[in-house]
Each structure stands twice: as structure tokens, then as C-alpha cells.
Design a protein around this ligand. Sequence first.
Ligand code: ADP
Ligand code: MG
Length: 760
Amino acid sequence: MAAATQLIPSDAQILAELKSTFGFTSFRPLQEEIVRTILRGQDVFALLPTGGGKSLCYQLPALLLPGLTVVVSPLISLMKDQVDKLEAMGVSATYVNSSLEPAEVSRRVSALVRGEMKLAYVAPERLMLDGFLRLLATVQPSLFAIDEAHCISEWGHDFRPEYRYLQRLRALFPSTPLSAFTATATARVQADIVAQLGLRRAATFRGSFDRPNLFYDVRPKRDTYDQLVEYLRANRSASGIVYCQARSTTERLAERLQADGFSAAAYHAGLESDVRRRCQDAFIRDDVQVIVATVAFGMGIDKPDVRFVVHYDLPKNLEGFYQESGRAGRDGEPSDCILFYSAGDAVKYEHFIRQKESEADRSVARQQLRQMTQWAESVTCRRQALLAYFDESFGPSSAGTDEGPTTKDEVDSSSSAAADECCDVCRTPVEEQDWTIPAQMYLSCVKRTGERFGSAYVIDVLRGSRGERILRNGHDKVSTYGIGRDRPKEDWQHLARELLRRDHVRQDADDYNTLKVTDRGYAVLFKGERVMLRRALAPARPATATAAAGGAQQFHQDLFERLRDLRRRLADERGVPPYVVFHDAALRQMAAELPAHEQHFRRIQGVGERKLADFGDPFLAAIAEYVAETGAQPVAPVAGSQVPVAGTTSREKSRRGLPPTVKESLDLFHSGQTVAEIARTRQLAISTIEGHLATAMEAGEPLALDRLVVPEKQRAIEAAFAVVGAGPLRPLIDHLGEAYTYAEIRFVRAAVGWARLPSP
Ligand code: ADP
Ligand code: MG
């Protein structure tokens, strides 16, 4: 039964289904074209990045086509997750795999045969059993969707032999359209997928590998643990993954984080399978905030709200880095990808590479490592560098099949214009400077003083210090004494760190960490190797919490947290992960717009008809309660229901974005009135006025903290931040006791936040 004989749904019908079931008002790039092509009955090959929204590309057609769509997916955990999500949207869907008892399988299969299901997720080995195929032949599915299609290719990174059975599918169901989806496929793998599945005149769609909501941040691997902790403190409610190279590191790090009060768990392939499963479940249910894992973690989860991925150690190649970091921010919300980099890590791998068997393997591994380190050391935009790399690797396939992908239908959504701040380099522009001569001075001074000292001493000699130790050692007589006087000490320290990082000198652990000049150092001294250093042109901003900022959109943080609690409760009752109920973005939009009735609630992203019916009441009630308590004003829904993402913290800008009622309180405060006076003037509760002022402060409005919170309380609150973190307010109140109010904590939190920003 070819879909072409059916009436093809109109664009209006497609959009109506998108909103009423999925709750979305617009498509992500290429989704619409893919959906239409599938509905026309054509085969499809789609290469879209992680988080590109591939599921919707076949789920939406499945709902508009008559009968059943069969989805092939490699991982049991993913099938269940997808079916949970579909059921929460009111779609009849099921899955069949080896995790089910035989009786349950036959129950589900009968439901399929009776035509009660729109979608069935099936493991490939199950699909291709003779009995199952016979059943399907009676049902005649309208569409086969092969997810993670690269699993069929031996050339791919995740070959699964059971996918090979799918080769027979085309012959068995010649008139049922096939579509294949993947996020990773080199030209060779693409051609292989098309050939193995027997795709015919497939329309090929290739999305950009750009992930505009990801912020790439490469940081020096120094005080790494402290940097991580600082980041986690600033992102208390965000979940994320910390990738480490060694299993032992994951366990040690997870324990240390636990001891420091974080909710963390270790994951690696050496753990028992049920330990691993529990760990995954805890993560997707937000019972555990941070998973410290080897690369074994991640394939089996589709958690949309992973807010950060940290690479504690250097990945072996850029593909791995892109895949792993790409697990952040599938929901399109701002998320961080942090890499702790030291040249020392690369040197360590060199050791492993040397142990590889063949020269060919060694040379491939070396080249990949070089690409990785070049990326980490580069002074150009990291996102553009990644894109340039992947557009090359995953670019147009030259190897076609007999019929090949039709060029007519080949659509390439080329990379969108880069947002202005997408990585540490863009945030802190750098300039390369030639530091070869000072580097030679420094290295030569290390030699002249006998390679027996650390950098502080060497710098003192260079700067001509009359320190007692220097004079005693006679180092005021060496030729490098005082030649670096005209450079500030900070410059020398910067250079010293860089030379160490780049392996021009090393610290000898067996000799009191004294400095020794390395071969690379000699190359600078004698072979003309140049030393180019990055110089920050603008002061770097502190480790901002992109993830916690939630796109810097303004919303009522307290309400957002209440809604999260509510979501959590509802999800637990249903035995599903919280994101199945609503995404963070939906909660944030609710906490920004404060919808008061169903009409408005329906316009929130991710609210379809079923979720409106199931969850509308409790969420509207929670919002109404908050509005009654605080006097907060609802905001009109934004056209297209897209939540505007306000720029960051220009004060003018933030002030303009404040609701009028907040501005009114703010003006009175600036005119010198106390909170109590404003409350009287405006005939509002004191807590309402406090709420207004806290909102204003959080938006970047500078208010005199001493007028709002007495100094002793300020100190107590700051101390509480150090203990329980400056995240959710409830734990803080629990810690501080009744004498403190939410508003007081918010005031201090906002004030502390500013202190960490550089002065404009
Ligand atoms: P992929 O399989 O390509 O990695 P998913 O299908 O898991 O991506 O989708 C990633 C996330 O994006 C999901 O949480 C999904 O709900 C969301 N999403 C997909 N399409 C849209 C859309 N058109 N508008 C908003 N969110 C979307
Ligand atoms: Mg997917």
C-alpha cells in the first residue's frame, strides 16, 4: 500500500498536528521538508545533528499516515523513553524487544494486529523474525523508519550486526517507503546505509552540524577540581555529564563531589549492568545531578535537558568530543561544553599511541590527536572550527548507489550565522603576539641558574631582584640577570605558565618540581621555533553559568522552582522522567508569562492537547497561587509563542524588560522610600514589593543591598551559599531558618552575582 495513493495532508493539517500533539508551533531546520517528503511516499535519508529533532521527522508522518509506522531503534532504553514521551502526548505507541516477557510481547503484538497502534518501536532482530514478519505482512505498515541508521554500516563507529537483517526489508515490503536517520555518517557510511537498506531515489537531507545553543569553553587544566566545583555551585539545578578517561578517575571524582555535597554518581563499563541501569535512570529522573563517566555513558539516553558536558580529560579525537559534548542541550536551550585542556594530556596519549600495533594505526591516532589539540589551542571561534571540520568529514557524499540520491531533492541547510558569543574565544577576543624573545630569555635563565629552581625564582633573576637568595647564589652575575626588568612581573608569570603548558619546560617531580628545559624548549633557544601567545584583549568574564541563566530570559525564578517540583511529583506518579511531562523551556515560559487560563496555557511551547488536559489544571493552579502571593503580573503571550531570549546583562536593556509594576516599585525605591513605605504607597504587601525589587536586582538593576538586608544577615546568607549553594531557595531557607525571607536571600544572591562581574 503506497502512501502515494493516499491523500497527502495539506500544510495546514501538518501544522495543526504539530501543535495539537507535540505542542510546537514551528519546525526545526529541515523537519518540515522531511515530513512532507515522507508523506509523499518517497524514501528519505536524513543526516541531522544530535538534538536536531529526528524523532519528530517520522513521528509526525506516522500520525498523519493511515495505519502503522514501524520504527527500528538499537537501544532498549531509548525505545521505552520514546514510547513514554509519545504516550504522554496521547499517541498510541508501543515497543517490542527482548526486555519483555513473552506474554507481554504477544499482548503488544495483538494490539498491533488489531490496528490499535500508530507507532511500534521494534528491535531489528525481533522485527526480522519470521513470525513477526508474517504478522507485519498482514498489517502492511505505512512506513519503516530506521533510527541510528549508521548502526548498519561496518564503517561506522557503532556497527550492530543485527542491523544487517534489515537488508531484507525492502524486498519483503517493496511498496512501503523507508526512511533512515542518523547523526553521524561519513560519506562512506552514508553510501553504505543507502545501499544496505536498498533506498530508492531517496531524498537526501543533510543538516548543519552547527549547534547554536552550545557554548564551547576550553579552560586550562589547572585547579581543575576547584573550577568544576565553582561551576557546579553556580549551576545547582542543572544536570550534566563529566567525562573522564579512566574508570578509576570517575569513581574518585564522583566520591569527592559527593563528599562536597553534590549529587553525583560514577558510571563506566566495568560496573554491573544493573548498577549502570540504576545510574542512568537516576540521571534521567533528575535524582542524580551529575554523572561522572567514561565514554561508555550516553548512547542509551535521550535526556533533552543535559545542561553541561565537561571533559575532564582530553578526548582522543574531535569526533568523540563533538559526539559527547553534543549530548548537551538537545532541547535547544543554552548549554555548556567545557574542556579542561593541558598539553600534558596530549603527551600522555602519545605514550598510548606508541603502544599501538601497526604504523597505520599509530599515524591515524596521531593525526586525530593533533586535530584535537589544534582545536583546543586555536585562537579562532571554536564553533566555526568544529563546523569547518565536520562539513569536510560529513560533507556531500560522492559515492552514490545505482540510483543515487537525487540532487534535485538534496537539501543542505547550511550553517546559520554564528551567534555573537558561542565560545570562550568569542567571549574574550584574543590576539596572537610573538613572545619568542622573552621566551628565549626565560629558557636561557632556567639553564643559567642550573635548572635548580621554580618559575618564581627565575622571574626574580630576570627582573634583577636583589633578593638575599639570589645574591647568595651569585645569580646576579649570570648574563640573564636583570634583562627582563622592563616587563611587568605578570607578563613573565603568564609566559612561564604557557611555556610549561606547551611543554617547553617541564617540572621535575623527582627533583622538587624544579624546571628543566625540554627538547621543545631547545628548539626555541636554538632552532628558531617561535612562541606565539594569546593575549586577552578584554577582561575575561567570570565563569558565567550559561546553563543556569536559561538564556538570560526573564522569569520568576521562585515560580520556576515550584513548577519543577510539581513536574517532578507528576512525573513520579506516572513513573516517567520529568522531561516527559514538560521541558524546562516550557516551565520557564510559564514562569515568565504567568498564564492564567487555558487559552494562554495552550500557547506554551510543548503544550499539546493531551498535556493541556492532563497537566493544565495543576500547573495553572500553581501559577495562580504564586500570582496571588506575590502580585506578579502576567505577561501577554508572545507572538508565535516563541519565548524571546533577551540579551545578557546590559542594565538599560534589563530595565526595559521589567514589568511595569516592578518598575514602579523600583522608581519609588530609588526616590528613597523604604520597602514598607512603598508597600503603603502602593497598597501592596511588603512581600510583593520585596519580590519586585528582587526581580529587578536579578535583572541587573543595582540596588543598595544595605537598605534591604541588614549586614549580619547578609553575612549569614553568604555563608549559607557556601554550604548549600546559591541555587534553589528552599534548601537555603531550610538551612537559615524562619527568620530569613526568600526575598532577602534573592537580594544577597543577586548582589553577590554582580560582585563577580567586571565593572563595565
Ligand atoms: P535527535 O534524535 O535528532 O537527537 P530528538 O528527536 O531527540 O533529536 O529531539 C531533540 C529534542 O528537540 C526533543 O526534546 C524534542 O522534543 C525537541 N524538538 C524536536 N522538534 C522540535 C520542534 N520543532 N520544536 C521544538 N522542539 C523540538
Ligand atoms: Mg534520536
